[in-house]
Design a protein around this ligand. Sequence first.
Ligand SMILES: Nc1ncnc2c1ncn2[C@@H]1O[C@H](COP(=O)(O)OP(=O)(O)O)[C@@H](O)[C@H]1O
Ligand SMILES: [Mg+2]
Length: 255
Amino acid sequence: MTSVIPLLLEKNESLVVQIKKLRAWYKDLKVLYDISLSIKPGETVSIIGPSGCGKSTLLNTIAGTLKGAHIEGEIEVNAERIGYVFQEDTLLPWRTVTSNILLPYEILDLKPDVKRIQNLIEVAGLKGFENYYPSQLSGGMRQRVELIRDVIINPDLLLLDEPLGALDAYTRIKMQIFLYRLMEELKDTTIILVTHDVEEALVLSERIVILSNRPTRIIREIGIERCEDPVGVRTTKGFRDKKKEVLEILYSGGR
Ligand SMILES: Nc1ncnc2c1ncn2[C@@H]1O[C@H](COP(=O)(O)OP(=O)(O)O)[C@@H](O)[C@H]1O
Ligand SMILES: [Mg+2]
């Protein structure tokens, strides 16, 4: 997918996303208010903020799929292929696991990379389920198929909008481990992860952008050391301290 770029700045190819003083509103509802954000190639950035603050609006602005909103400001996106994972399940129910994963190849008229597909199916713990239909899979399995489908063609930019939103705690951590492995596979892909889960952001990203309530500003950006162990790290003091710091900033609302 090629993004629609609402307002083009002078080109800055060293950044995948460059946003300056972005404002977005729906009729008289002010949502985003002076958001400035730069994201470098290969970076993984999490966005955390209260429900309704405009996280999906921000992702849609970046993807060029925003509808019904007015925007002002400057946004530049340097990505040819954008993968966009929504919270809702978008698998095609009449297609099997493999056939759903093959869809992007069909759309782009590309030859499927069978080895890569097999490898990701294995990493996702879906071996043996290749010929199952979505209705025969658990919620976590469906989400893994969906993630594979959205990364299989190597997007330059991957947008994840609360991809693990609806899962129970156990499945959620299992999925975070899967996402962690998937991200290792996608070293060159720039990833923006919207989540309401601070631990998820700490485990999966290199930077957390914390948003305020509407009208929404960036309260703080926090850099994170690369995590080596997506499960064990949660019990370390450094991790718990970071979690406390993020939660305090988030619930202060920027005041
Ligand atoms: N198409 C729309 N028309 C009017 N209001 C909208 C529309 N989409 C979102 N909103 C409103 O804008 C605010 C931000 O929405 P959204 O970006 O979905 O927030 P988040 O993803 O952070 O929960 C919410 O109050 C929501 O109700
Ligand atoms: Mg949302």
